[in-house]
Design a protein around this ligand. Structure first.
Ligand code: TYM
Length: 340
């Protein structure tokens, strides 16, 4: 059961990234380790070039992201951690996959619609092809399970279609050249919302700074952001989830995910609370308890860029050893290059 996921080195990683994805990478790593399988994680620097970005900063943001992943518990002795740009088999496979990707499907991607609307100078072809590069990330490794947050569902469905179409078109006689992967979504906190605009997801590119809790925020900042979270004016206040209670539902989800309870249990435990203040304080304390050790380890790890580079070099070597034969098989099946 091979586990695979990717994360962008853009902006600062936030609580949504952590609760929706990063902590599940660590669980995936431990499960794969226990069963002798592989867990593979990628910092996707090539994806980061699809929107306006500063080349002088990209490497640093990649190191920031690697240091967060290591601080959160990824262990290069147990899993493969690599930088996308170090594995040229992936962009090559991307090109091969474009032949079985429908232009119309790419046009329908929510993320493309949102991000293209945010670009001021150029909507790059790379932004349009983003989901094909993401498909190549996973398919190059014949991964079975892909832990991601809820916002990646559409991309995962597309990569499944691409793999199936590739196998049908080039596999012949039911041969599975590419594995059709499954998305794995958290049962709680699959979509953490912005604390100030709880109808929008927490996000580095479109949310508000006050409504976004960053993994590296100081405890005081975390507390302030959670205490100021938008709730509602129900009188008396009601600590329950509901479609008309986006802010309170989000806080319940955050508290549930950070204290390993279900949202129902949180609601029951807070049934006697007098107002939303208790919910906010409990959420702030729980988030800080979870993030404090990560912040401390991050500070130690981030300073040693040489150590990060050597960990990435080892990861890239292992990643290429897996991706190269898959690419060779795809090329052979498509009739590209000399006969194998
Ligand atoms: P990225 O870098 O935007 O986000 C990393 C992970 O965090 C999850 N996430 C959230 N989960 C819950 N609530 C939120 N508000 C929230 N915001 C983000 C995302 O679902 C994601 O799992 N396209 C991917 C990167 C990628 C990838 C891949 C993922 C590239 N190649 C291959 C899996 C497999 C992305 O933009 O993630």
């Amino acid at each position: 059961m091979r586990v695979y996921s990717g994360i962008q080195p853009t902006g600062r990683k936030h609580l949504g990234n952590y609760l929706g994805a990063i902590r599940h990478y660590v669980t995936g790593q431990e499960q794969a380790w226990a069963t002798g399988d592989e867990a593979i994680f990628c910092v996707v620097d090539l994806h980061a070039t699809t929107v306006a970005y500063d080349p002088a900063e990209l490497r640093d943001r990649t190191y920031d992201t690697v240091a967060i992943l290591l601080a959160a518990g990824l262990d290069p002795a147990k899993s493969i951690l690599y930088r996308q740009g170090d594995v040229p088999e992936v962009p090559e496979l991307t090109w091969l996959l474009t032949s079985v990707t429908a232009h119309g499907d790419l046009n329908r991607m929510h993320q493309f619609k949102e991000k293209s609307a945010q670009q001021r100078e150029l909507v790059s072809a790379g932004l349009f092809l983003y989901p094909v590069l993401m498909a190549a990330d996973v398919l190059a490794f014949r991964a079975d399970r892909v832990p991601v947050g809820d916002d990646q569902r559409q991309h995962i469905e597309l990569m499944r279609d691409i793999a199936e179409r590739f196998n049908t078109r080039f596999g012949g006689e039911g041969r599975e050249i590419l594995r059709v992967p499954e998305g794995v979504y958290p049962t709680v906190a699959a979509r953490i919302m912005d604390l100030q605009q709880p109808e929008k997801k927490m996000s580095t590119s479109s949310g508000s700074i006050e409504g976004t809790v960053y993994v590296l925020d100081e405890p005081k900042a975390v507390e302030k952001k959670l205490k100021r979270a938008v709730t509602d004016s129900a009188n008396p206040p009601e600590i329950r989830r509901g479609p008309d209670k986006a802010g309170v539902s989000n806080l319940i989800d955050i508290l549930a995910a950070t204290t390993d309870r279900t949202p129902d249990e949180v609601e029951a435990d807070l049934a006697g609370a007098r107002g939303y203040g208790d919910l906010k304080v409990a959420a702030a304390d729980a988030v800080n308890a979870l993030l404090a050790p990560i912040r401390e380890r991050y500070a130690d790890l981030r300073g040693d860029e040489a150590a990060i580079e050597s960990a990435l070099a080892i990861g890239a070597e292992k990643a290429r050893a897996i991706a190269a034969p898959v690419l060779a098989e795809a090329r052979e099946a498509m009739g590209v290059g000399p006969r194998a």
